[in-house]
Design a protein around this ligand. Sequence first.
Ligand SMILES: [Zn+2]
Length: 285
Amino acid sequence: MPELPEVETIKNDLRELVAGSRVERAEVLHSSLVEWPGAEEFVRRLEGVRITGARRRGKHLIIELDSGDALVLQLKIGGQLLLVPPVEEPRKNVMLVLYLDGSRRLFLRDQTEFTRARVLNREELEERLADLGPEPFSGEFSAGCLREKVGSRRAQIKPLLLDQKVVSGIGNIYADEILFGARVHPRRKANTLTEAEWERLHAAIRKNLAAGIEHRGTTVRLYRDVLNRPGGHQHHLRVFERHGEPCPECGGEVARAKVGGRPTHFCPACQPEDGPGDGEALTLL
Ligand SMILES: [Zn+2]
């Protein structure tokens, strides 16, 4: 599903291609899409307003409207926003169509039908985003803040990275890449991580997400940008879905296992399950 780099790419596309457009009509084609308010009011609050901008918070895509409302989308596994033209009109799996001025339309398509949408006023939006953890690129997000938040927890580190209250924007693909980059086993208990490992984890979070943004997102299966183009970061993944292939660092075999119920990819040699051991801890000091 779209994680921080993919939502960031879509947000930038919307700013460039759609901001300033007026929504003449809105059509909901799949009733499970609308989570708030009711379907009729959802449509009424989208019609006749102008899109003033777009922003991202965690994995939430926020389309700002001149009414003061925001259209907030959580593009789950298969969610795509497509601008027609230039993109050809999608025929199947359309959940929402925004008819824009200038004879353009913005299609929300999701073949998995998991994408959810809300129209929220400022207060409701603030409330909706209040529980999200820090943005990975914000000044507030440091190795110390990460350790302070979860460093005493006995929970496994990978599910903690996926917890949007701990840090926002990371999903299953980038979590595996981040843990590999930090040389931390996904099953390590948070309270066993060394200071050096928290530092490496923090650096790997920023490095991997920044690379994902630079490559306009990761298309493993369904992700597309607003002009229906796949991202490029899938060519830079080092362990995600590379199980059975040689580890790019040590040449050993990349493994796959379930961690916290999610398929997880890692190198058992580069990311030892029992931690770095005294030897490495000493050399890092
Ligand atoms: Zn390795």
